[in-house]
Design a protein around this ligand. Structure first.
Ligand code: NAD
Length: 304
């Protein structure tokens, strides 16, 4: 079973360094034509340069592949649209979008300025929204699309000093959950990747040997399973240092409290029941929660 991307056109954002670079190189090695997007700024989002993305294009060309670079700032919709237009002019389609570009502005919440919060939200959340919006109608018309959101354990579980980053990384899971419903009839699958890799984003947070063990290539091996023809849908893949797992939001079955007892004291008395994990489920849309509660109320009424 070989996973091939022959004939596919992929846009990888933030592909000048780290994970994006590794994703772009492996997609190209497996036959995809790749748009290597990168603003080329520093880890905190300041500055810009095309050197890194051009180097990735050169590497792809040296291995006999096809690639173009584009310096769009993913937080700027006009620049993103220009990138997608150039892709369409050159290759006439967009099959794969890897929303990977990212920055850090870590500080404890007390010390974090609102500007640091907004910039991180702009790059991770609006960057993913802008790029997805710019390819969405194209993918719908093609009746084919594969989109990967890059989330993080910091978003799913929290990390000291990363209120901005954690909020942004959880937001892209929310974006995925709704777009999965809206893209289903046009064969657009959307998944999320929660990576851990030794890159410039993490190099000063881990000892050198650990940085080496957490290679971007190990993450890319998992990422590619999220964007080929057989990709799952609405899957959160966690990957780092050769470890692979999946993350999921579950909701407990819960309990029903009749109208006459709907007060905080009774809710607390039922805590063990409402948090019991037997029969917990991963709900496939928000409406399913409402349906579950209606069923419980109806069952109670019938029992009276
Ligand atoms: P990196 O800093 O090595 O690479 C990020 C790239 O994104 C850089 O080349 C940068 O120039 C580019 N970029 C930043 N802002 C941009 C913008 N506005 N427009 C276009 N390009 C922009 O970081 P990385 O570790 O490779 O991170 C890649 C993604 O993985 C990020 O979304 C990051 O949040 C996520 N992530 C990484 C880790 C990890 O352990 N490295 C963990 C969890 C999530």
């Amino acid at each position: 079973m070989t996973i091939s991307f022959a004939g596919k056109v992929a846009i990888v954002t933030g592909a000048g360094n780290g994970l994006g670079r590794s994703h772009a190189l492996e997609l190209a090695r497996r036959g995809a034509k790749v748009v290597v997007n990168d603003l080329g700024g520093a880890r905190d989002g300041s500055g810009a340069s095309s050197a890194a993305s051009q180097e990735v294009v050169q590497l792809i060309e040296e291995m006999g592949g096809e690639a173009i670079s584009h310096g769009a700032n993913v937080a700027n919709f006009d620049e993103v649209q220009d990138m997608v237009q150039q892709t369409m002019d050159k290759w006439g389609r967009v099959d794969i979008l890897i929303n990977n570009a990212g920055i850090l502005r870590d500080k404890s919440f007390s010390k974090m300025t609102l500007d640091d919060f907004k910039l991180v939200m702009d790059v991770h959340v609006m960057g993913s929204v802008n790029c997805t919006k710019a390819v969405w109608e194209i993918m719908k018309q093609q009746n084919y699309g594969r989109i990967v959101m890059t989330t993080s354990s910091s978003g799913m579980y929290g990390n000291f000093g990363q209120a901005n980053y954690g909020a942004a990384k959880m937001a892209v899971i929310g974006l995925m959950n709704t777009l999965v419903l809206e893209g289903a009839k046009n064969n657009i699958n959307i998944n999320a990747l929660a990576p851990t890799a030794g890159t410039r984003m993490t190099e000063d947070l881990m000892p050198e040997e650990i940085v080496k063990a957490f290679s971007p290539e190990a993450v890319t091996a998992g990422m590619l399973t999220l964007c080929d023809e057989d990709a799952p849908n609405r899957f959160i893949l966690c990957a780092g240092a050769g470890g692979y797992s999946s993350a999921c939001i579950f909701e407990t079955e819960g309990c029903f409290i009749p109208k006459t007892s709907q007060n905080p004291e009774t809710v607390r008395q039922n805590w063990a029941l409402l948090t019991a994990q037997e029969n917990q489920q991963s709900l496939l849309s928000g409406a399913k929660q409402g349906e579950k509660f209606v069923m419980k109320a109806m069952a109670f009424m019938k029992s009276q």
